[in-house]
Structures are given as C-alpha cells and as structure tokens.
Design a protein around this ligand. Structure first.
Ligand code: NAD
Ligand code: ZN
Length: 256
C-alpha cells in the first residue's frame, strides 16, 4: 500500500456522504445505525414518483423535514478540518451528497462546495419556478397546511433536494465531473458509494490520474481502485489526513 499520496501536490477533490455528519448527530442511511437499515420503508419518502403520487407520503415528508436533526446540528472535527485544508493553502473542491450545509457552516467557501444532491433549506415547486425557504414553508405546515401547495400555480412543493428517480441538475453534475477529472488526490469520506452518478466520481478521478483515498468504516464497491482505504473513524482520520496534506501546501495552489 502506497502512502505517497500524502505528499502529493496539486488540486484535492473531496466527495463526502452522510458518514461525515454522523458525529454531528445526523444519522446516515445505510450504515449500521442508518435510517434505512432500521426502517426500510423510510426509503419511500425519498423516491420521487411516490412523492408526486401520494399526498399522505408528502405530509409525512414535511414532518420529517421539520424533525430533521440537521436543524440542531453543528459542524464536527472532520468538516472543520476540510475547511482548514482550504484556508491552509491547498486547492480544495468538495462534492457533497449531504443536504445539511455543514461544510459551509464549518468555513468551506460556498463556491468551493458542490451540493450534488441539493440542500434541505430551500423549497421548490415541481411545476413552476417558484422557490422559497424551508423555514417559511414549515411555518405553513405548522399553521394547518399539512401538504402546502405552490402559491403561484397550485403545484406540489418539495425540498430542493434530489430524490431517487429525479433528474439531477446537469450543470451541477458537470461541475462535479470537472473536479474529479482535475484532482491529484481524491478523498471519498463517509459514503457507501452506492448512489450514482456521485459514486462514479471516484473512478473518473482515478482514470484521470488521481490517487483515490477512501475513508469509510464499511466496504465500498470502489475500494479496489483506491490507493489507500482507511477504516479509522472519520472524526480521527480526517484531521490527520488534513495535517499531512497541509505539509505540502504552497501559496500559489490556493488561488484557484
Ligand atoms: N447529513 C446529510 O445531509 C444526509 C444524511 C443522510 C442521508 N443523506 C443523503 O442520502 C444519501 C446516502 O448516501 P451516502 O453514501 O451519503 O450515505 P450512506 O448512508 O449510504 O453511507 C454512509 C457510510 O458512512 C459510514 N460511516 C458513518 N459514520 C462513520 C464514521 N464516523 N466513520 C467512518 N465511517 C462512517 C457508514 O458505515 C456508511 O458506509 C446521499 O445521497 C445523501 O444525499 C444526507
Ligand atoms: Zn408552482
């Protein structure tokens, strides 16, 4: 196993998943304590055709959004370390599958974070261009509208997240592809790498010459492509990796 990647210079791409936020109190989906591991039916809440077809499911979704632990969550040591990596002089781009905004709140520049599955703090209409905040829409729920409709066209509202079976924003995918193809080191942190096309950013990075480093306590389908697989808990592993990568920081690199 080579560890040369720790001293490699050049752009660093990072793909994060739900596992980076479990230390912040937000459960993941597929880990041992994951939401779906405990309740497989919960997956339906995140499936687009079901959401469109079933008003009862939408009512449940609004309550789940209201009760999402992300409202109370704070960034943890791993989010903060990745922000330090950027501010310490490395060229860093983060592709996150998370919808919790914890990277930005930890100090990563918003323009350097690609929310490939959207975020939970905005609401969109599925029919028209109406959009608003989650806070405002949850107020309507609290005031007696269990499945609030679009005030402009009467259409169905949803969080600005990408559900299963929903078309991804092609511009966002393109940005993620650019990051993967231009990385010298590509870190995949806290993701089971079972959701595509996010997961395939790992193989794309490797095809374009990156060292892939996977930090996850479970096996993933991409482990065989990795230069190194790290099973240490994310809260310990990521600050260590960042400390090593900062040893090779050069002032010019952070400009990007
Ligand atoms: N925080 C969030 O915003 C959040 C939370 C749950 C799900 N999601 C969404 O659900 C989808 C789930 O896919 P995914 O791949 O991101 O998550 P996942 O649940 O499929 O995988 C998370 C992985 O992280 C590992 N893990 C958890 N805590 C860890 C720790 N402390 N140290 C090491 N490994 C740890 C788990 O074992 C698991 O393999 C994503 O598309 C994402 O959009 C987001
Ligand atoms: Zn509308």
């Amino acid at each position: 196993m080579s560890t040369d990647w720790r001293s490699r210079t050049g752009p660093i791409g990072v793909l994060t998943g739900a596992g980076i936020s479990t230390d912040s109190g937000i459960p993941d989906f597929r880990g041992p304590k994951g939401v779906w591991t405990n309740d497989p039916i919960a997956e339906l809440l995140f499936t687009y055709p079901n959401y469109l077809a079933d008003p009862e499911l939408r009512q449940k979704s609004w309550l789940a959004r209201r009760d999402n632990p992300a409202w109370q969550a704070e960034p943890n040591a791993a989010h903060k370390a990745l922000a330090e990596l950027e501010h310490g002089g490395r060229a860093v781009r983060i592709i996150t599958q998370n919808i919790d905004r914890l990277h930005q709140r930890a100090g990563s520049s918003p323009r350097k974070v690609i929310e490939i599955h959207g975020n939970m703090f905005e609401v969109v209409c599925v029919e028209c261009t109406y959009h608003t905040t989650m806070e405002q829409t949850l107020e309507r729920v609290a005031n007696g509208e269990p499945d609030p409709a679009c005030p402009v066209c009467g259409g169905i509202l949803k969080s600005a997240t990408i559900m299963f079976g929903q078309q991804m924003d092609q511009r966002t995918v393109w940005q993620a592809v650019q990051v993967a193809e231009n990385s010298a080191v590509f870190l995949a942190i806290g993701t089971s790498l079972r959701v595509e096309p996010a997961a395939s950013m790992c193989s794309l990075a490797v095809e374009h010459g990156a060292d892939l480093v996977i930090v996850n306590n479970e096996e993933t389908p991409y482990d065989h492509l990795a230069t190194e697989v790290i099973r240490t808990p994310i809260g310990t592993a990521v600050p260590r990796i960042v400390a090593d990568l900062l040893k090779t920081a050069t002032p010019e690199e952070s400009a990007g």
